[in-house]
Design a protein around this ligand. Sequence first.
Ligand code: 7TS
Length: 406
Amino acid sequence: MSLDIQKIRAEFPVLHQNVQGKPLIYFDNAATSQKPRVVTEALVAYYNGYNANIHRGIHTLAEKATVAFEETRSTVQQFIGAESLEEVIFTKGTTEALNLIATCYGKTFLKAGDEVIISNLEHHSNIVPWQFACEATGAKLKVIPINEAGELDMDEFRKLLTARTKIVSVVHISNALGTINPVKEIIKLAHGVGAVVVLDGAQSAPHLDIDVKDLDCDFYVFSAHKVYAPTGMGVLYGKKALLNAMPPYLGGGEMIKEVSFEKTTFNVLPYKFEAGTPNIADTIAFKYGLDYVQQLGKRNIAQHENQLAQRATEGLQTIKGLRLVGTAKEKASIVSFVVEGVHHLDIGMLLDAQGVAVRTGHHCTQPLMKRLGIEGTVRASFAVYNTTEEVDYFVRKTAEIVEKLR
Ligand code: 7TS
């Protein structure tokens, strides 16, 4: 099915503005996507209509808020194909979810001499929490190397896997390069040595069909704000047996069964990991973002975005001195590049002056940049509301900027 992009654009008020006197072209979707009206309206509807704290209230507003909040949990469950609602934990986002796993699973079960494997493609939020866990337990952090195209070296991965490997935590789609990792194979291999697998789905949840049961990953995490939903909201999916074996993360209200000064017992899943008053409004609005994606169809969205990325790739390749960074065979709609002799920041600033929002820098993947021998890239990332006209304008302006600066 081909999507009516103009109709879709009409649902995103933020897109219809000028920046620096030029119509906004928003190509920073890997950082965060814009929100359709249904999402912002859901926030307003909650605050203006039924703002109340959830779960503990017996009054009407509390009941209504609780129902709406829990509806999001079932929507997420369907969105990722989780077996049960208990396996869907709400967090502040990908970062918090990864920290939770590294703390509650990593620090609890890792021992000195054990090994955790991550990859050279990881976002800092899938590196630093594992460093904390390894430092605390004496486990070792190992890194899957990549080739020049930005693909994981699977032969090296096989060699890294041993009986000492307890956790493999990898990104599903690289935010800096767009590489889609062969996660099914990774999971199978890791399970072969008895390791659990964590998938950082921050970039895959918006673009790929996710079925955690089919993938057989042990944990899958993502952020709402990259899926057309609010910031400050995310998901930790974990297999029930693992979540049950893990101690709680934060202590406080909601996560307890009974508290005395002598001993506290904990609530059942998923509440054991949801201490305190949660982000109620954003959780409620999250459902509307996911429903919006489901209505359009993820495959239709991805098809459109991939066409845009392909067009951008072809156009950018004709620019002298420009080099694409990340040329994996399996790639999502993220296009990163550098230009010889020109700083990425300058290109980003001059594109902004033309109304084009791109991201420049290391994209929170400093070890990856170091491996590639660069400081950073210019990154354009696409969403369903972007158009071919926008891509053509971006390519033309990039060519002019590069011509001027080289
Ligand atoms: N993992 C990946 C692969 C990401 O792309 C990001 C955010 C995170 C983890 C962290 O997510 P958060 O929602 O908790 O911040 N990536 C980006 C980006 O590429 N530009 O800005 C944020």
